[in-house]
Every structure is written in structure tokens, then in C-alpha cells.
Design a protein around this ligand. Structure first.
Ligand code: NCD
Length: 302
């Protein structure tokens, strides 16, 4: 593995290796014992062309936990504002020889494009609605804290599936690992083309989460929609908001994932989001660090 651009490009055993390494780092961090100098002397360059709270900070902390230095490049104060082209910007940054690049970009395929121009590993931290591989990996790490295997689990991915790179990467990872994936969305938020074979589609939350082991909720990605397409928050919550009452349709021990940021009272109620026995959101965030340590370590070890 030279870069991490997509889940689609990974084989089952490669996914398993990353999950195993992430678990190793999670356990090692609990014991306080891991090689804090593993990436000493190396520089990780983060290039975020879109807003981020969790992913950017998580990569930053993961790299520093392994002893790397991190340079957070900021699109807002860069020469892109002086009409430099994207490819010239990438060539310029590449000439400074970073040891890895972590990129988030609103354009489809931007991380792949960058990986073909530079001499270091490139990690996709989210491109358009296409893929967000480390999110799917950390979600799997979180599921595996509660369940022995992904194989045979029913995972319902609910909400604005059409605009979600998180849904895409998760659907690919989960189906590859043998889980049953369902997409649950109103027609206008359901993708026209499904990212993997075997995905079942539902247009009501009650049917879509029936007997599910895991319910993954997604925010409505208003920034990727025309104004006229954006549903009314209250009407949406009425039909698709996850409430304690609706959650009763899932298995009694089903738990909730959400990549964040969550919109309370739109796709999820306060009660469900704040229920520590059902909501795994904080755990997902915590698991993001060892998962990204695993990815950085595996790509940068040479
Ligand atoms: C997501 C993203 O940016 O793709 N968040 C994340 O990385 N945890 C989902 C979103 O923006 O809704």
C-alpha cells in the first residue's frame, strides 16, 4: 500500500491489517506504551480545502503521537488566493519534500490526482461525496469494540446518503468484510447508483432500521445541495429523525454511529445523541486517533 485514496482500492486483508494495527495502537495508548518516536524527523503536511473539526485535528494528533512534525497548510491564506493553479500549488508544496500529505478536497478525485504528482504517501481525508476512507476504518474499529466480527452484522446507514462520502466508504468497507448494508433515505437523498453489491434500500426509517445491529446516522449535507432541494428541518425530523421511540425498531442492543458534525433535532434527537449506552459518537472520535496512527505508520514506515 503506497497511498490511502479509497476503500474501493483495498483488498479484504489490507483492510484487516489496518484494523489490527489500529487496535494495537488503541490498546498501546491505554497502557501508555507505544513507540512515540516512530515517525521522528518526518513531516506530515495537511492540506484541507474544506472545513473540518474532527478529521484535521485527529490526523494532527495522530502524527504527533508518533513523533512526526505536522505542517497545517491553510488554503485561505495561500497563493491559491492569488490565482495560482491547484497543480502548481501541489508541485510547489511537493518540492519542499514532505514525508506524507493528508488532503481533503471538495473535488472528486483530487487526492488521486495529487498522489500521481508527488513523491510521498497521500492520504485522502475526504473528497467530494466520493470517499472518506479513514472515517470508514475508524467506524469499523468502533463497531469491533462491541461486536466480535463485522461479518453478518446488519448496518443501516440513514439520512443524506446521496451526498455522503462517509456512506460510500462505509458501504464498501462493510460489504467487503461481510456485513449486510442498508441505505435508508427519502428518494431525493438516495444515491442513483449504489456503491457496492447487495445493498438494500428503504425509504422509511422504521423499516430500514428494523432488527439492525448498528444504526449510522448522517447529517443533511446542505453545502452539496441546491437551496430548492434542502428539506425543511422540522418536517425531516418528523419522518427521518432518530428518536428513542423509533430506535425500538432496531435490535435491543443496537448502537448508534454518527461521523459528526450532527444536527440535533434534524437527523437525531438530543435523547439518542446524548445516551451513553447507545451513542458511540465520542468513541468514534477517540478511535480516530489510533486509526490514523495506524495508517500513517503503515504508509510512512520506510
Ligand atoms: C464528515 C465529512 O466531512 O465527510 N465528517 C467527518 O469527517 N467526520 C461528514 C459530514 O461532513 O457530514
Amino acid at each position: 500500500m503506497k497511498h490511502l485514496i479509497s476503500i474501493e482500492s483495498l483488498q479484504k486483508d489490507q483492510i484487516q491489517n489496518i484494523l489490527d494495527r489500529a487496535k494495537y495502537y488503541r490498546d498501546a495508548m491505554i497502557d501508555g506504551k507505544w513507540d512515540r518516536k516512530k515517525l521522528e524527523g518526518k513531516i506530515v503536511l495537511t492540506l484541507f480545502f474544506e472545513n473540518s473539526t474532527r478529521t484535521l485535528t485527529s490526523f494532527d494528533i495522530a502524527a504527533k503521537r508518533l513523533g512526526a512534525d505536522v505542517v497545517n497548510w491553510n488554503a485561505e491564506v495561500s497563493s491559491l488566493k492569488k490565482d495560482e493553479t491547484f497543480s502548481d500549488t501541489i508541485d510547489t508544496l511537493s518540492a519542499m519534500e514532505p514525508d506524507a500529505i493528508v488532503i481533503r478536497h471538495h473535488e472528486y478525485g483530487a487526492p488521486d490526482f495529487v498522489s500521481k504528482r508527488v513523491n510521498c504517501p497521500v492520504i485522502n481525508a475526504g473528497d467530494s461525496w466520493r470517499e472518506h476512507p479513514t472515517q470508514a476504518l475508524l467506524d469499523a474499529v468502533t463497531i469491533l469494540q462491541e461486536k466480535e466480527t463485522l461479518e453478518g452484522l446488519t448496518v443501516s446507514i440513514c439520512g443524506d446518503v446521496a451526498h455522503s462520502r462517509v456512506a460510500n466508504s462505509n458501504a464498501k468497507l462493510l460489504t467487503t468484510m461481510g456485513a449486510n448494508v442498508r441505505f435508508v433515505a427519502p428518494e431525493m437523498l438516495m444515491p442513483q447508483k449504489l456503491p457496492a453489491k447487495g445493498i438494500e434500500c428503504f425509504d422509511t426509517l422504521e423499516d430500514g432500521i428494523k432488527d439492525a445491529d448498528i444504526v449510522m446516522m448522517l447529517r443533511i449535507q446542505k453545502e452539496r445541495m441546491d437551496r430548492s432541494e434542502i428539506p425543511d428541518d422540522a418536517a425531516y425530523f418528523n419522518k427521518y429523525g432518530l428518536t428513542p421511540e423509533r430506535l425500538k425498531h432496531a435490535k435491543p442492543d443496537a448502537f448508534i454511529l454518527h461521523p459528526g458534525p450532527a444536527n440535533r433535532g434534524v437527523e437525531i434527537s438530543d435523547e439518542v445523541m446524548d445516551d451513553p449506552t447507545r451513542s458511540m459518537m465520542k468513541r468514534q472520535v477517540a478511535n480516530g486517533v489510533p486509526t490514523r496512527m495506524a495508517v500513517l505508520d503503515m504508509l510512512m514506515e520506510n
